[in-house]
Design a protein around this ligand. Structure first.
Ligand code: UDX
Length: 439
């Protein structure tokens, strides 16, 4: 079977490489020539553990090109994995999806199945189908199927090869049979559903997880007020299989390329259809406030941030990625800088991307020790393994005022018992709360 994949971001490239690793001949198309040249050399343009290795192993089945015509004209299946970024009003921008649809309509020379992997509002597959049928040049049958992607950055290869489920949304039998064949060697439950249901499954899943996080963050905030410990609370809740332990980690909110965008898109779409989703609206609001939690906490210790040395540990939206999209660092660091703080940032892989956003006034450090040396305050924004395994005594030894504000609950409270470190985390009591209060 000849497969084409439009777009080589996280979704497109990981899909293309995983399909190639299962023996399919895959042509990946992207408009960015430099990116394509890089991939032709066998290099991955994105940071994703395991992807470069799998790509190298599967190169004999992979073609990378900017020439969409050669890719689409005789393809049996064309996956669309281009971005659907957030528009100013929160709705999804479908420009790139429609651009690819137009190219397919102009070039397809044989029957094929167009598969939408990109996250799109409910009803988009229908629109793409009509659009292609209206614009197609050759008299061939072009089917459209929805096959949403559930991969997480950092574990994208594993999530694709061992998917929790493969959702196939169709209106006819033929595209379902073709997709079942494509995924024949993937060990995952395959669900064939209505196309609109498939589109909804994607949004409903992501938004449910976002809701779960916002819910637990609100409970964590209440724990702080009433003297309960969120880590104990979630451990106790998670044993109930109906709740589960996962996605109950409280912190400074969710970021990344999906949850913020998909909650806003579904909220917009629901409002547009006169069907307000109050839970999702609340999840969005809670998350927006939660991102500022550490800066608010910092105000307990300092009246203002003028001339303070602040160490930032982690700037990506989560560990295992160099992605900064919607990361709490992007909103917290500007506040501190605007108030006159000197910022030192450490992040094992996100630093280079962060430098592009903040080329000036920030000192970038190659180790945690350099970032915290002489600091008045340390903010942990991402739970990198290096932070979790860091010898906490060094905060006391190296910082001028060892006040550690942990937005990801990286340590046990008991670790700080015999120290002179103020340790203030999310949803738990503060250890040594009064040592360095400036009043
Ligand atoms: C997410 C979904 O998990 C994935 O299924 C979908 O296809 C794309 O969106 P991703 O954005 O890569 O994946 O990361 P994920 O691991 O889900 O984390 C998203 C954000 O939620 C991160 O900022 C993370 O720190 C936060 N999070 C996650 C929490 O705050 N608490 C948790 O318990 C879990």
């Amino acid at each position: 079977m000849k497969i084409a994949v439009a777009g080589t971001g996280y979704v497109g490239l990981v899909t293309g490489v995983c399909l190639a690793s299962k023996g399919h001949k895959v042509t990946c198309v992207d408009v960015d020539e430099n990116k394509v040249k890089k991939m032709q050399r066998g290099e991955s343009p994105i940071y994703e553990p395991g992807l470069p290795e799998l790509m190298k192993e599967s190169m004999e089945n992979l073609i990378f090109t900017t020439d969409y015509k050669s890719a689409y004209q005789d393809a049996d299946v064309i996956f669309i994995g281009v971005g659907t970024p957030e528009k100013y009003d929160g709705s999804a921008n479908l420009t790139y999806v429609f651009q690819v649809a137009k190219q397919i309509a102009q070039t397809a020379e044989k029957h094929c199945v167009v598969v939408l992997k990109s996250t799109v509002p409910i009803g988009t597959n229908d629109k793409i189908e009509s659009y292609i049928h209206n614009k197609q040049v050759n008299d061939v049958k072009i089917y459209v199927a929805s096959n949403p992607e559930f991969l997480s950055q950092g574990t994208a290869v594993h999530d694709t090869l061992h998917a929790s489920r493969i959702v196939i949304g169709v209106t006819e039998e033929y595209p379902a049979d073709v997709l079942k064949q494509v995924y024949e060697n993937f060990d995952a439950p395959k669900l064939v559903v209505e196309r609109r249901s498939a589109e909804m499954i994607k949004y409903a899943s992501n938004d449910f997880l976002a809701l779960k996080i916002s819910y637990i963050n609100e409970i964590a905030n209440l724990c702080e007020t009433v003297g309960a410990d969120i880590e104990e609370v979630t451990a106790g809740m998670g044993f109930d299989e109906r709740i589960g332990h996962r996605f109950l980690k409280s912190g400074i909110g969710y970021g990344g390329s999906c949850f913020p965008k998909d909650t806003k898109a579904l909220n917009w779409f629901a409002n547009f259809n006169d069907n307000e989703l109050r839970t999702i609206k609340a999840a969005i609001e809670v998350n927006e406030n939660q991102k500022f939690k550490l800066v608010k906490k910092a105000k307990k210790y300092y009246n203002d941030f003028l001339f303070l040395n602040v160490a930032i540990l982690g700037c990506t939206f989560k560990p295992g990625t160099d992605d900064l999209r919607e990361a709490p660092s992007l909103v917290n660091i500007p506040i501190l800088m605007e108030d006159g703080a000197y910022i030192r940032v450490w992040d094992p892989v996100g630093q280079e991307n962060f430098k592009k956003c903040f080329p000036e006034k920030i000192q970038y450090c190659s180790c945690i020790e350099d970032a915290i040396a002489g600091a008045d305050l340390c903010l942990i924004l991402t739970e990198w393994g290096e932070v979790k395994e860091f010898d906490i005594k060094k905060y006391e030894e190296l910082m001028k005022h060892p006040i550690v504000l942990d937005g990801r609950n990286c340590y046990n409270l008991s670790d700080f018992a015999n120290t002179r470190i103020t340790y203030d985390s999310i949803g738990r009591r503060t250890v040594n709360p009064d040592l360095y209060i400036e009043k």
